[in-house]
Design a protein around this ligand. Sequence first.
Ligand code: CO
Length: 461
Amino acid sequence: MAKKVYITETVLRDANQSLIATRMPFADFAPILGALDRAGYYSLECWGGATFDSCLRYLNEDPWERLRNIRAACPNTKLQMLLRGQNLLGYKHYPDDVVRAFVRKSVENGIHIIRIFDALNDLRNIEVALDEALKCGAHASGTLCFTSSPIHTLEAFAKLAVELERMGAQSICVKDMAGIMGPKEAFDLVSAIKQSVNVPVVVHTHSTTGLGFMTLLKSVEAGADVIDTAISAFSGGTSQPATETMVYTLRQMGYEVNLNDAAVKEVSDFFQPVLAKFLKDGTLNPTVMGTSPDALIYQIPGGMLSNLVAQLTAQNKLELLDEVLRETPRVREDLGYPPLVTPMSQMVGAQAASNVLAGERYKNVSKEVRAYVRGEYGRAPGSINPALQEKILGGEQPVTCRFADLLEPGLERARAELGSRAESEEDVLSYIAFPAQAEAYFDQRAEAKKHTYSYAVKKLD
Ligand code: CO
């Protein structure tokens, strides 16, 4: 019997985030939710990541209401979100009561699968969110950030996967946020994980460097059960490989992919003019649709490379780029080989640039790198260079416990701060996640209610 392969469609979240900085308003995709629901996807990645911030900051939307509306229009499809473990949707650690409430409300409002990761693969930062997801009856997808380094061996990744399964993860996701996982690396890694766990394996990559299709195909050959793709209009470049092309390929290779092709075609046709609109108004910069293999040469994510170029250009020191690119892996080694994902990619890049520009290594150390070395982001994957640790900390002891254990509960305080401006627990969570943006949104909402303007969302279907 042909092996079945399942598809997660990313158009509403990662494709939207990667190509147009998450600027797609709900109204732009509302008419196609019915077809997305009929398509038969394993899941629809539609929430979390940057969608939450973008709703409040740019789109004047309540992210929770968006989720409920998607839920109402897609009753047959599992809705999926991306969650940064203890950091929820941001970059700082939140106390456990906030993490649990956020997960519970996400599930109550319609999320079924929560993909939970930590930038350092420190599983202590995943633990609470994962536990709460299970308690709420959601599917917790334990996620590993892919990176290559001397310590990120197949054994090390397999061990993390086993640990995630033991913690209760119902699937293991390999997350290649920068699109630098090659087909052979994917094949070997998925094989190693499949041999170590019983739960399904999911693979997430990006087309940035052009490896995406090959990486997904080899992942499936190694036994991956679910792959992430984006409907063609919103595929390629910094987004995911195209859904239709991948499905065509897999079927030709003898895999069974149970998608409703007519519905997928409908989705595909629908998003062409949506993309054209963003191209026309400048939201979509066509360069992000291209292929940039530079990330493979330098082994750093494309976004990090463009940040370095921008940083050096601003200081009129672009001639130092080569030197900074040589310094980058040394800084990463000193910091114990963190995966180069936000915020580590920015921290490592900025530190490397600073080391070169100052003409002395670690003459200036950023606040973020100090916090990292103090253990405030979690445990470094490898060991931090002891001399650097000594230089930064002096006699101070680094934090060795889970950082969130040091935090006071946050829900009650936020509730008190907001008072009557919060209309729901969801409002309190929006405020905790993005205080200024949430307050601005609440004010606008209150203002709109004063007028006869009706915000009632047209019932879908
Ligand atoms: Co991604």
